[in-house]
Ligand binder design. Sequence first.
Ligand code: OGA
Ligand code: MN
Length: 284
Amino acid sequence: MEIESVHPDFGARVREVDLTGPLPADVVDALHEAIDEHSVLLFPQQDMTDEAQLRLTRALGEIEENHVAFGRTGEIVEIGTVGNVIDANTKRDEADPHTTAMKGNNLWHSDSSFRRIPTYVSILHAYEVPDEGGGTEFVSQRAAYDRLTSEKRAEIDDLHVLHDYVFSRSKAAPVDDNHAASLPPIEQKLVRTNPRNGHQNYYVGSHARSIIGWNGIDSRRLIDELNELATQPQHRWTQQWQPGDTVIWDNRCVLHRGTGYDADRYRRNMRQSRVRGAGPTLEE
Ligand code: OGA
Ligand code: MN
């Protein structure tokens, strides 16, 4: 496995590993270690299929079922489409409500930070990408935490935050009643520690609604401040997708967002699966 850094804060391009073939224990260990170290891993030219992606996802842990399908209908779905493609000849355009709902992904977030056990890693593979736009931006909340003064760190270290999907995503599109009912707001630690290397990070994003025990004004001031500090343009790394790219990112410590694209003009076909975290953040 050949690992080359792509940004001073985080991120690496990984070559000389086939994610679609057999995944022996030493390769899986090396992947976990690289995730802990680099937070975002780009693997170009992977000859991916859904079957191979599910095998990879399971090799890294327990698959996290898609909360949208589960909330709406109770169905367990292990892999889903990100983008606007329906099949080889059909796509959703800008006016399609699903396209609007997907724009919620263009707000900085950490996948499933609103679930009791949030996501460990997401795995996203690109099959078809727009000629313009359609990138995914990442930032490190570990590097952002390191940039705080020691006074600020001491102020936030023991705080808890309510994360709420309906709070964040209803900004993009109405959330279906069944789905909303399945996702009550969840309390999370504000500061998390990587169990292998001890690196600490704060954990916010658009699902972060309020600080437990704080009033609304002070809550929003702190959460907005932390989000803004983390997401300054110079701290971002953008994945400009090529078909065949697979990216694995550590939702415990990075934020990401889609950059948007014109769904009337372009097709975007990506497949996403997720690995469940080790447990509730309050038990970390
Ligand atoms: C995701 C996501 C953003 C994008 O797959 O979890 O937020 O680039 N994707 O569409
Ligand atoms: Mn996401």
